[in-house]
Structure formats: C-alpha cells, structure tokens
Design a protein around this ligand. Structure first.
Ligand code: SER
Length: 319
C-alpha cells in the first residue's frame, strides 16, 4: 500500500487532493503536510495524519518522510503567477530550492514525486492554438520560469537518478472549496461567488482572452491517474498538457447568466493579469496525455457551471 505525503495540503489543490487520496488509499496512508500558519482544520485534520512539511526545511521534510514511511510525494507548494511577480525571490525559494530539497530526499528514500507544472510555463512566442506538448517555452514571468525549471529538474532527476517524477501542466483550476490566491485565472473562480451572492462582478481580464481551465474533480483525477500509470507507456514525464475547456470572460458570463439571468459583469482590466493571460495558450493540445496514460476529462463549461452554482449556493446561502 502506498504511503503518501501531500505538501501544501491546505492550499487550493492540496485540500481537495488530500481528501481524494484518502478516499482512494485509506485515511491513514495519506499525510497532510503543512507549514506553520496554514495548519489543517476540520475534516482534513480529523480524517488522517498530518506533519510539518516546509519545502524550504529539508530536515523537517526528511523527518516527515521517515516517520511516516513515505514512498510517494505530491508537491503542491508554490506561489501563483500574480503574487509570484510581487515576490519573485520567495517564488523561486519555494518553487525551485524547495523542489531540489524534495528531489534529493526522493532520491535517498525511493519516493515518487508529482510536482505540477502549468499553462504558465508557456510564453508569448509559444503557438497559442492547440499548443503542442513539445514546443517553445520562454515565459517572461517568474512563475513561468520556475515552472519550466520544475519540468527540467524533474526530468533530470528521472534520467540521471531514476527518480519516478511525473507531472501535468495544469490549466486554471476552478473549485468551490478552497479559493485560489494570486493567480491570473482566479477570475473564473471569483465570478461564481459573485453570481451566487447576487453581486455585480468586475472582471480583470479582457473580453476575448481565452485560457484553458479545468474543474477540480478532473484536475485531481489527472494527478492521481498519471501517478498510477504504467511507466512503460510514458514517453513524456514532466509535464503533460491536459485540457478540458477553454473560454473567455464573455463565455463563462453567458453560461452563468443562463442560470442567474440578473447577473451582471463589467470590465476593469488589470494590466499585469492581462499581460500574463495574453502570454498563455488559448487552448492546449493534450493528445500525448490521452495516448500515454488515458487522460479523459469529464466536465465542460456547462456541466461545471451547474455544479459550481449548486454547491456554492448550498454553502454560501445557508449561512
Ligand atoms: N492558476 C495559475 C495562475 O493563474 C496558472 O497555473 O497563476
């Protein structure tokens, strides 16, 4: 049976990934790694073990790996794109110095490692439509630079030391549980909260700006399915393009309006977010993930919208 450590277990993806992994592998086999000030609470805390696991403190990580007999690490520690531009040194320290600490420990302890890459690993001169798996990656953000480095370092530890590293390039992830913080794609989460509260939404991204997005259940399934995949089928490792939907602000607004006809949206474009968004793909080609490990998304914009509005209404309106 696997023994899994989730680093960043209280973040946007980590909080739901930890619970999904517990469902699949058993509560006691999935350790919620956290940093001081972001301790697990509620169900995350009660349902299984947790451990201090700050990626910038290798001794602490090593202690958590040894004490819990960890053989598999999901490393979700990162700053998102907009906040990383404001704190580039911290973004590098967490994203890359932290990753090196993890890869070294994985090498010593025989752990597999999943560290997400992102649509942010592409740049303006990447083909934007049906962005290929193998293509130009010259991002201008520190987030992008650290994600390209993440891919390269993870591949390096695989080819040089045989560490079982795997990853996907996540699109913007939309969920109704833990909100993201400081990303360029956050608008596509925020818009649902405004719609459910009956408030006007001010969109920071320009009409016509397409970005890949994905509903959380598909994102979790992608990570777990890739980590379970038969390694002999993997031509690529770090990281696979995965896609399920791509839309601009008007399309998501219109989809929400079908269910909330009074909902209003206006634009007040944020220049930093807009320039980042324009440098990212409009739509990725995910055929390698489909062929090499059977990637299949289940949600599109319409089905995600119904689920987001239902779940958020149930939670926000009962208070
Ligand atoms: N959601 C991330 C961001 O917007 C992209 O991977 O920064």
């Amino acid at each position: 049976m696997k023994k899994i450590l989730v680093i960043g277990s209280t973040g946007q993806i980590g909080s739901e990934l930890t619970m999904e992994l517990r469902k699949r592998y058993g509560n006691d086999n999935v350790v919620a790694g956290y940093i001081p000030g972001a301790e697990p609470k509620g169900e995350l805390k009660e349902s299984g073990p947790s451990a201090l696991a700050d990626v910038t403190r290798p001794d602490e990580l090593s202690e958590a790996i040894k004490r819990h007999g960890i053989d598999s690490i999901y490393n979700l520690a990162a700053l998102l794109s907009v906040v990383a531009e404001k704190k580039p040194l911290l973004a590098w320290k967490i994203g890359i110095d932290g990753l090196l600490n993890i890869l070294e420990l994985a090498r010593d302890h025989g752990c597999s490692v999943f560290t997400p890459s992102s649509i942010g690993s592409f740049g303006l001169n990447t083909p934007h439509w049906m962005t290929p798996q193998d293509t130009i990656q010259r991002p201008k953000t520190i987030y992008g630079v650290s994600k390209v480095t993440t891919e390269l370092l993870s591949d390096y530890y695989h080819t040089k030391y045989g560490v079982d590293t795997r990853s996907v390039r996540f699109p913007g992830i939309i969920s109704n549980v833990t909100p993201p913080g400081g990303g360029t794609t956050d608008y596509a989460v925020d818009i649902y909260y405004y719609a459910v509260r009956g408030e006007k939404f001010v969109c920071p991204i320009k009409q016509g700006t397409l970005m890949d997005m994905m509903y959380m259940p598909d994102a979790l399934n992608a990570a777990i399915t890739l980590m379970e995949a038969d390694p002999s089928r993997l031509v690529h490792r770090n990281g696979f393009n995965i896609a399920s939907m791509s839309f601009d602000p008007e399309e998501i607004y219109k989809e929400i309006k079908k269910h909330r006809p009074a909902f209003e949206m206006v634009y007040d474009v944020d220049p930093l977010k807009q320039s980042i968004a324009e440098s990212w793909p409009d739509k990725m080609d995910d055929s390698c993930a489909r062929e090499e490990w059977g990637w299949r998304p289940t949600y599109d914009l319409a089905t995600m919208t119904v689920d987001m509005l239902d779940k958020l209404s149930a939670r926000l309106l009962k208070k």
